[in-house]
Design a protein around this ligand. Structure first.
Ligand code: ZN
Length: 132
């Protein structure tokens, strides 16, 4: 179905770190830092919206285990967890980036330019959407 489906089915090579009933975790080939992994569901969906709760929970649990492993292997006091979903999901298959943050590693978020409102009105708009 896609590259990540092939990796999940062991039909494409990857440096697999962990596997559970619903997930496969493997090294990102273009890591932010050594140890950077991708956790993927064994389900072809491009958004968290389409993923059953048990998959979301299992991916989160694996991410937590990876963070513990980063502390053991790299002495990493920090970590990053990121995900670009929906139309921004590379490969069209949901995946969670989890990587160790090392002191002075220079990693940073890059935010788009332009004004953004931070207000009670924004909070209320989002709160309203959650209730729908
Ligand atoms: Zn897929």
């Amino acid at each position: 179905m896609c590259l990540f489906c092939d990796i999940a089915a062991h039909e494409h090579e990857a440096f697999i770190v962990d596997e559970t009933e619903r997930t496969v975790t493997f090294l990102d080939i273009a890591p932010a830092n050594e140890g950077h992994v991708l956790i993927i569901p064994k389900l072809h969906v491009d958004s968290i919206v389409d993923m059953p709760d048990e998959y979301v929970l299992e991916m989160t649990a694996v991410a937590r285990r990876m963070v513990k492993a980063f502390a053991k292997v790299y002495g990493a006091a920090g970590y990053g967890i990121m995900q670009n979903g929906g139309a921004n999901c590379e490969f069209g298959h949901f995946h969670l980036h989890v990587f160790p943050r090392l002191e002075g590693d220079g990693y940073d978020w890059i935010y788009p330019e332009g004004p953004k409102e931070v207000s009670q009105a924004v909070a209320d708009r989002l709160r309203g959407a959650l209730k729908q």
